[in-house]
Design a protein around this ligand. Structure first.
Ligand code: SF4
Length: 421
């Protein structure tokens, strides 16, 4: 069977043009995906995970019942992850969080959460990737490396494609990369500006000052001669349509959300001269959807607490790393994520001391430390659902294969039902 227009849910580019050949329960061929996407589809079953409690294989119902018991008796649980599952799974997780008075947080809090805080402070002038493809003649990548993290971004949206008003494709665009080190993305740039680490806020503020004709009182900013910033400011003003893609180089370096406040303010200021937008380079396939789903259902995008019955929002207080590092939570449900592999040591130490329930299709470091392991279908391959692309466009991911395990949305609904009973 041939399946066309398949959405790849691996990264935030959410390519929706993949073509698969399916034979029985195997995907035998993938066309159009990048190497990462192809590997995800071709090896979606490997390695296999079984339902487990305390390291012993059990049946799925028993694993779910143990999860229900843990969460029912927990006084201050945490539900974390969500970024590689569908919006249906995310909404089911919110329902469960509400039922048990849990904290709920997504991987957003360790990637672009600061961008979302910045958007709440200054707003965002943004665009769809379709607009970028068809209109952008100036493309800036700041603190991100899509050549490695989003391999088809250049081809499909930002650098190479011919667009309605960019008939020359690559020749019709100027590409600028700003980063603290030369990256594969910098190699394709027309202009590369290597800023000193921690210099982003200063550089962005300098560009804003130049737009307002306020001359900075120095000849060099963030390790770059002022004349080069002046040239970039003029190029931004002269563009017919500019776009700023920004990454974790801004959100996870000194200044964090204030770096993004400066970037979004720059983009807002540029709209006095031309059309300019900003898009965060979201990493996980549906991390954008996790913020959307939490915002529809709770009013807040991440770091939400239900312990008083109504949702409360407080990054730094109800974010997963902080709750774990302070040793506050007494049970953790991890959905489609691997915090044991990526969190700071203090947070992982607490994760090892409390009962962890891991809901995942594949073995991870977190499943290896979990008390309860519940395997589920793979979102976008063996479970259908909605995912949001990095520009906020929702796409419907297909189910192309049937597997023995239910989707995480169905498993979370079963846990919620068990908790209520
Ligand atoms: S760029 Fe991202 S969404 Fe597109 S095929 Fe590669 S991994 Fe999948």
């Amino acid at each position: 069977m041939r399946v066309n227009n398949v959405v790849c849910m691996f990264c935030g580019a959410l390519c929706d043009d993949l073509e698969l050949v399916v034979e029985g329960d195997r995907i035998t061929e993938v066309r159009k995906g990048c190497a990462i996407g192809k590997k995800k589809f071709l090896h979606y079953q490997e390695p296999v995970l079984s339902p487990m409690v305390d390291g012993k294989v059990v049946d799925l119902e028993e694993a779910i019942q143990v999860a229900v018991d843990i969460l029912s008796s927990s006084r201050y649980p945490l539900i974390y992850g969500l970024s590689s599952t569908t919006c249906e799974g995310q909404v089911a997780a919110v329902r469960l969080a509400k039922a048990i008075g849990a904290n709920i947080d997504s991987t957003s809090s360790v990637c672009h959460g600061p961008s979302t805080i910045a958007k709440q402070i200054v707003g965002v002038s943004t665009a769809t990737l379709g607009e970028v493809k068809n209109r952008a003649d100036l493309v800036i990548f700041w603190g991100c490396n899509p050549a490695a993290s989003h391999p088809r971004h250049f081809n499909r949206y930002s650098v190479l494609p011919k667009g309605q008003f960019i008939p020359g494709g690559r020749e019709g665009r100027r590409v600028v990369v700003v980063d603290v080190r030369p990256t594969p993305t910098a190699r394709i740039a027309d202009t590369f500006l290597q800023v000193t680490p921690g210099g982003d806020y200063e550089a962005l503020s300098t560009l804003r000052a130049l737009l307002k004709k306020i001359p900075p009182d120095r000849e060099e900013v963030a390790g770059i001669p002022l004349a080069r910033w002046e040239e970039l400011a003029e190029a931004c003003k002269a563009a017919r349509y500019g776009i700023l893609f920004f990454g974790m180089g801004l959100t996870m370096s000194r200044g964090r959300y204030m770096n993004v406040v400066a970037a979004l303010s720059l983009v807002r200021d540029l709209n006095a001269f031309t059309r300019f937008g900003a898009i965060a380079m979201r990493g996980h396939g549906n991390v954008t959807g996790s913020e959307q789903a939490l915002a529809w259902t709770t009013g807040y995008p991440f770091a939400v607490n239900f312990s008083r019955g109504t949702p409360r929002y407080s990054p730094g207080e109800f974010t997963a790393v902080d709750l774990l590092a302070r040793g506050e939570v007494d049970a953790v449900l991890v959905i489609a994520s691997d915090p044991a592999a990526h969190f700071p040591a203090a947070a992982v130490r607490h994760l090892e001391q409390v009962p962890v329930i891991a809901l995942d299709p594949h073995p991870t470091v977190t499943t290896s430390v979990a008390k309860v392991v519940i395997p589920c279908a793979v979102s976008g391959i063996s479970a259908a659902g909605t995912a949001y692309r990095m520009d906020g466009v929702p796409l419907r991911a297909k189910k192309v294969i049937s597997v023995a395990y239910p989707s995480d949305a169905e498993i979370l609904a079963s846990i919620s039902e068990g908790v209520k009973q």
